[in-house]
Design a protein around this ligand. Structure first.
Ligand SMILES: Cc1ncc(COP(=O)(O)OP(=O)(O)O)c(N)n1
Ligand SMILES: Cc1nc(C(=O)O)sc1CCOP(=O)(O)O
Ligand SMILES: [Mg+2]
Length: 210
């Protein structure tokens, strides 16, 4: 898969009065290079409509587009891939349905899950939740930056840190070895979405030099 640095996930509850496409376009203009549609409320037709809009936006900007949870919506909207949770369908089955050229990402919360995801052919893993977060209802206890250190030293596929990551704590995440960051509320809930993305990327760039 095309490498990425800043992963922006939709969260419409964080920007009342502003449209999702407008907000995600600001994230992309700020440098987000992968976008995920995460929507726990909409029904299938609504999800598909949003996925198609985001597909058009991301294609126009040359940015990777992932659909959370819904493999069928990912396929029908011609997304670049799907993000699975630990309780979702197995990677092997998802791969058969979505095809070899597409991206499969999976959430992990412990090194055993990361090892398994790598063996099963995931293209990237989510590593989290690093810090407490209110964005995800059924979230597990924070894994802390020590899990980033474990993954960075052992896992070879790309990993992205997620969960409670803010501009104010991103330096800890980067110092632990993360070279890719994912955020929901800090990005889409910001009054300056573009500036927030630029600030995350500046931190990631500085971290690489450190
Ligand atoms: C990049 C990334 N990492 C982790 C998640 C969480 O996925 P999951 O565990 O399936 O939980 P939900 O997002 O479905 O609530 C993610 N979506 N993206
Ligand atoms: C969607 C999600 N997945 C997580 C995981 O640990 O797998 S944490 C999380 C929520 C991230 O939202 P925020 O950046 O607002 O904390
Ligand atoms: Mg999920």
């Amino acid at each position: 898969m095309k490498d990425f640095r800043l992963y922006a996930i939709t969260g419409e509850q964080f920007h009342p009065g502003r449209g999702m496409i407008e907000v995600m376009e600001q994230a992309i203009l700020g440098g987000a290079d992968i976008v995920q549609l995460r929507d726990k409320k909409s029904d299938k037709p609504e999800l598909l409509r949003k996925a198609k809009e985001l597909r058009e936006l991301t294609r126009r900007h040359g940015v990777t587009f992932i659909v959370n949870d819904h493999l069928d919506v990912a396929i029908e909207s011609d997304a670049d891939g799907v993000h699975l949770g630990q309780g979702d369908l197995p990677i092997e089955e998802a791969r058969k349905r979505i095809g070899a050229g597409k991206i499969i990402g999976i959430s992990t919360h412990a090194i055993e899950e990361a090892r398994l995801a790598e063996r099963q052919g995931a293209d990237y893993i989510g590593v989290g939740p690093i810090f407490p977060t209110k964005t995800k209802e059924d979230v597990v206890a924070p894994v802390t930056v020590s899990y980033i250190r474990e993954v960075a030293s052992e896992i070879r596929i790309p990993f992205v840190a997620i969960g409670g990551i803010k501009l104010s704590n991103a330096d800890q995440v980067i110092a632990a070895g993360a070279t890719r960051i994912c955020a929901v509320s800090e990005i889409v809930g910001s009054a300056d979405v573009k500036g927030t993305c630029e600030a995350f990327l500046a931190k990631l760039r500085n971290g690489r030099q450190a």
